[in-house]
Design a protein around this ligand. Structure first.
Ligand code: TTP
Length: 354
């Protein structure tokens, strides 16, 4: 079996982060989301992986390389424009050839991995196997209608959902998916939809099985979901202290601190992870916070947030919460006159002031 990871797309819902970076490389608990997909695929025994890449191809290729670090062989497949998940399958045909494959959305995280699901697919050999999860907001997802575990209908983001079963971003297919992706037409939003391709399989009388997952799954396409994924992964964190923690500081709960980092006169309440070469001084880091490498946090408080590398947060009077702070960002108090907020914000930035 092969794997196809989708790491193209436009990532509009995560702007401005995606103006400069691939959303699949945003770290969750200080590890790029895409690495979790690589690990899950490798754990399922699959080593031949195609990765769909778009505008952010250089960054993805630099992060994943030839896949050797996971014991895998990676082939990059360039998608000129994000024309849909089924379009990604279409252009991957020369790589996938006749082999069955698992398709994994590169911005999705699935707690229990895919090993059991791949085994089941190989044992039952349907034409396709989709994963479903009960969700509160099915209108935001592809939604399935079932008869037993057989799928009878799929609709992309329905206005009136016929169930609360959303399609999870991991799908398994055999070669019958290629005539399907070649037959369907673009949807109203101009994309070749994978739901339409799977519906085509159903309409042709082919076998599409489903599996309802019970462990958590997160599509990290939006800020709140990214923070939620970070929270869920950090819940499994184990304490590991490689940096220096001074006498005046207090660590509570599960905390990881990377080498070269210094914690000075601060309180860190886990689960929280701090990368390498950070300085946390006279500050509070609260639960569900991930701080990446070389960050300076001084006289400030932060909780339930993700801070990317090389950023600086200094002397912020109120607590920062529910935030995603990009690379090399400066957030600081300015005592200069006249007293004023001074911003330099990228397009589509969001700021909430007190
Ligand atoms: P989405 O999150 O559905 O789409 P997007 O990345 O364009 O984001 P937004 O809606 O915020 O603009 O995509 C799911 C995954 O599939 C994600 O990892 C990007 C990838 N993808 C492709 O590789 N090619 C595509 O044509 C599309 C639509 C998505």
């Amino acid at each position: 079996m092969k794997a196809l990871i989708l790491s193209g797309g436009s990532g509009t819902r995560l702007r401005p982060i995606t103006h400069t970076s691939a959303k699949q490389l945003v770290p969750v608990a200080n590890k790029p989301i895409l690495f979790y997909a690589m690990e899950a695929i490798r754990a399922a025994g699959i080593t031949d992986i195609g990765i769909i890449v778009g505008d952010t191809h250089a960054e993805i290729e630099a992060a994943i390389g030839d896949g050797g670090r996971w014991g895998c062989k990676v082939t990059y497949i360039r998608q000129d424009a994000p024309l849909g998940l089924a379009h990604a399958v279409k252009i991957a045909e020369p790589f996938l050839k006749d082999e069955p494959f698992v398709m994994f959305l590169g911005d999705n995280l699935i707690r229990d991995g895919i090993t059991g699901l791949v085994k089941r697919f190989e044992a039952e050999r349907p034409n396709s196997q989709i994963l479903l999860a009960h969700v509160k907001n099915p209108q935001d997802f592809g939604v399935a209608e079932l008869d037993g575990n057989k799928v009878i209908r799929l609709v992309e983001k329905p206005e009136k959902p016929m169930s609360d079963l959303a399609l999870v971003g991991v799908y398994m297919f055999d070669k019958t998916i290629f005539p399907a992706v070649n037959a369907i037409k673009p949807s109203k939003r101009g994309e070749l939809e994978i739901t339409d391709a799977i519906q085509y399989l159903i309409d042709q009388g082919l076998k599409v099985n489903s599996h309802i997952i019970t462990g958590w799954w997160k599509d990290t396409g939006k800020l709140e979901d990214m923070l939620e994924a970070n929270r869920l992964v950090l819940e499994g964190l184990e304490t590991k202290i490689e940096g220096d923690v001074d006498q005046e500081s207090k660590l509570i709960g599960k905390v990881e601190i990377g080498p070269g980092s210094r914690i000075v006169s601060s309180v860190i309440r886990g689960p929280a992870i701090i990368g390498e070469n950070c300085l946390i001084e006279k500050s509070y880091v609260g639960p569900f916070t991930s701080i990446h490498n070389s960050v300076i946090l001084c006289a400030s408080e932060i909780e339930h947030s993700i801070v990317l590398a090389d950023s600086k947060i200094v002397d912020i009077g109120s607590r920062i919460e529910d935030s995603l702070i990009g690379k090399n960002v400066v957030v600081c108090r300015d005592c200069g006159k006249p007293r004023a907020y001074r911003f330099m914000l990228g397009d589509n930035s969001e700021v909430s002031v007190l």
